[in-house]
Write a protein that binds this ligand. Structure first.
Ligand code: X5A
Ligand code: ZN
Length: 731
């Protein structure tokens, strides 16, 4: 057997040379903890879950595992003052932090008897990996350390940071190890917060190019002030060697970060041509992070990292900074280590477009820095920049209050948000929007909302044909990201605003109509009713499944409403013309039907009696699936055939007259009220899935499939399998 090229001591297997990746993990760093065991987002479990997940995935065996190394004082003092280093060092012996809780929590810092040891290990470990990578002993490495470092300034601990681990390592390479030949260092800081400490330490140093992308919001986001602005480019010889990409808003995701990579960082890195890259790898811009409010996925992180591997022969040293969602912080670092190992093609995709504000920021950064980096000089093409919908107006609060740093307090607040609670409660009313704005859901459109302009009215305000009055829109008018016809990604905040408006309620409610408790319930049970008096019609929220971690929600009418149809209390009759037109537009927009076909389709649907029996009653109550069976898929030819039937013609005529105008039960009702009744009826037909073999349900399934296919994520077959699977799962 010829083993050549299969295995070798140099990490070669299957003909592929694997890269030598160093990992530092040392349990001692877990001993840094809050003095009285109070909950704090920067907690020991952060590094534990990263490590456990790497082990679980079997990557630790394929890396070079190193224990922690303590930093030397003289190396810390390359960037910190003695007066800063010494108190941290001696904090081990001090007991005053234990007796004075408030002092210990000042400036987003806490100490216990092991803080000093952990801080020395964190800085020393990054130095160790940086040295080994510079020497070529390792190709790259990841120091899984805490406490983090990038907020720490020369003489100040802040933002959970004591020593600036990455800055210490950079200075060590440049000032202490000229023998290693490292002359130019690129520091990339993708932690959601600005790396204020690192910026200051290399402010006048052209050997270190500091790049930080962060939520800024004009100085409103931690650490705040002007330091994180794109005008901060460095000074003296360091002028042009400091680059800030300050997001104007939260909720930035893969598309926003990758746009910053493609249009700022990567072209500059090409020009700068670093000898090594140090990565301040916080994972608090990750989707689900309680502090960050952004939505970068593991895939996004891996692509950002992969793009950096093109430089410095892939010599990258990752150092953990923030990241406070234990689930996200387990996944994204694993995705990154897999990139460092270069053994897997990157899995995943992003359909989102950058926010308008993202392009604005990128343009501003390029303009400010193009004097130093000629590759930034060109105006971005308007085609690129206009890929996204209007400027989002983000009204949610982005306070950097300490309360928000405290996961416990945050959870406490969230647990107070319940659908049972609609009384004005000042504490809740100030927080529910910002809290729910960070929770992602997909809104699956139905009925008239399948016509995109109509749905957008519920988000952005306005009125389209077929609406009786203008919508105010959501208080957060930022456009849904990456609209795919039929399914709209959304925040739970906006979903609430759609529910409010669909039910004729004001959007300035003091509490959500559908909060986190309700979200949990709907995911568990498949559907959940809202409080009856608040939501007379669309009082049922249904979970159609999940796309990744994000639940797909829609709303239907309740069983009691369907019973009203069944009993004849609310009569069934074709929809009003304007409303039928809206539905037709939606169907045509989806590309399933020509206008004629869509008309026939609606007519056909309107001609069907509301069929309701025990089983479908149950289905509505459980509302587990709008598309119950595979055989329920629309057959376009059938529709076209139906269209030609005489019955269709009759029904069409009937519709054009006016909805059931001669009906006894309409006496005393005005046109709007009558139309309202028909609207609900048609809505019900499009949503509940109660009527087996009823065309609207099929069409709806089709639109979902088309949306998924259009998004480029799935083949048609895969999309059907996905929908079928979602529909068949008992939720
Ligand atoms: C390293 C890091 C965040 C500090 C937030 C303090 N620090 N409010 O993510
Ligand atoms: Zn951070």
């Amino acid at each position: 057997m010829n083993m050549a090229g299969k295995t070798s001591v140099n990490g070669e297997s299957n003909g592929k040379v694997h890269r030598k990746v160093g990992l530092v993990y040392d349990d001692t760093m877990c001993k840094h903890d809050t003095p009285h065991g109070e909950a704090h987002p920067e907690r020991p479990d952060r590094i534990r879950v990263i490590w456990e997940n790497l082990q679980l995935a079997g990557v630790t065996q394929r890396c070079v595992v190193l224990g922690g190394t303590k930093a030397e004082d003289k190396h810390l003092q390359l960037v910190h003052t003695k007066d800063h280093v010494n108190p941290v060092k001696s904090s081990t012996n001090k007991k005053d932090y234990q007796s004075d809780r408030t002092a210990s929590l000042v400036n987003s810092i806490y100490l216990n008897g092991s803080t000093s040891e952990a801080a020395y290990l964190a800085a020393g470990s990054v130095v160790e990996v940086a040295e080994k990578v510079s020497k070529g002993e390792l190709d790259s490495g990841f120091a899984i350390v805490r406490p983090p470092g990038h907020h720490a300034e020369a003489d100040e601990a802040m933002g959970f940071c004591f020593f600036n681990n990455v800055a210490v390592a950079a200075s060590y390479l440049l000032d202490e190890r000229p023998d290693l030949g490292v002359k130019k260092i690129l520091i990339v800081d993708w932690d959601v917060h600005h790396g204020n400490g690192t910026q200051k330490m290399f402010w006048e140093d052209p050997r270190v190019l500091v790049f930080s992308v962060h939520r800024h919001e004009d100085g409103g986001f931690y650490p705040g002030g002007d330091d994180g602005s794109y005008n901060m480019v460095g000074e003296g010889p360091g002028e042009g060697f400091n680059i800030n990409v300050p997001w104007e808003q939260g909720r930035c995701g893969d598309a926003d970060y990758l746009a910053a990579w493609d249009h700022i960082l990567i072209p500059v890195a090409k020009e700068f041509n670093p000898d090594i890259i140090l990565l301040s790898a916080g994972f608090d811009a990750a989707i689900g992070d309680p502090l960050g409010g952004c939505r970068v996925t593991p895939y996004g992180y891996s692509v950002m990292l992969k793009k950096l591997m093109e430089f410095a022969q892939g010599k990258i040293v990752m150092a953990l900074e923030g990241g406070y969602n234990l689930d996200s912080i387990a996944k994204s670092p694993l995705a990154c280590v897999q990139v460092l190992l270069e053994d897997n093609p990157i899995q995943g995709s992003s359909e989102e477009m950058p926010f308008m504000s993202t392009w604005r920021v990128i343009q501003a950064v390029r303009k400010r820095l193009c004097a130093y980096w000629p590759s930034l000089a060109d105006e971005l093409s308007s085609k690129l920049v206009n890929q996204k919908t209007p400027t989002p107006i983000v009204l949610t609060s982005n306070s950097n209050s300490e309360a928000k740093d405290n996961a416990h307090e945050l959870l406490d607040q969230l647990s107070k948000l319940s659908i049972e609670k609609h009384k004005v409660d000042t504490k809740v009313s100030t927080s529910w929007r910002s809290d729910l704005s960070k929770v992602d859901v997909w809104y699956a459109s139905f009925g008239s909302n399948m016509w995109k302009p109509r749905f957008l009215c519920y988000i952005q305000g306005g009125q389209v044909e077929g609406m009786t009055k203008p919508c105010v829109g959501s208080l957060d008018k930022s456009p849904p990201k990456g609209i795919t016809w039929g399914i709209y990604p959304n925040s739970l905040e906006q979903f609430n605003d759609v529910l409010f408006q669909e039910n004729g309620l004001n959007v300035d409610f003091a509490s959500p109509i559908f909060g986190l408790t309700a979200l949990q319930l709907v995911e568990k049970n498949g559907s959940t009713p809202l409080e009856a008096d608040l939501a007379p019609w669309y009082g049922n929220v249904v979970c159609l499944g999940r796309e990744g971690d994000v639940p797909i929600l829609t709303m239907t009418c309740t069983l009691s409403v369907i019973e009203k149809f069944a009993s004849g209390e609310v009569p069934l009759s074709p929809p009003a013309k304007a409303y039928a037109n809206t539905l037709i537009r939606g169907l045509v927009e989806g590309g399933i039907f020509s206008e004629e076909e869509a008309e026939a389709y609606i007519d056909d649907a309107a001609s069907k009696p509301l069929y309701i029996n025990g089983a479908s009653r149950e289905a509505i109550a459980g509302s587990s699936a709008v598309f119950r069976r595979r055989g329920d898929i629309i057959n376009k030819n059938d529709i076209i055939a139906t269209k030609k039937s005489k019955l269709m013609k009759k029904l069409k005529e009937k519709r054009e007259i006016s909805p059931g105008i001669s009906d006894e039960r309409h006496r005393g009702k005005n046109e709007d009220q009558i139309r309202g009744i028909w609207n609900k009826i048609l809505l019900e037909k499009f949503t509940s899935g109660d009527v087996p073999l009823r065309p609207p349900a099929k069409a709806y399934a089709n639109t979902l499939v088309m949306g998924l296919v259009e998004g480029g994520r799935l083949s048609e077959e895969e999309a059907w399998a996905y929908i079928d699977n979602a529909a068949s799962k008992p939720l």
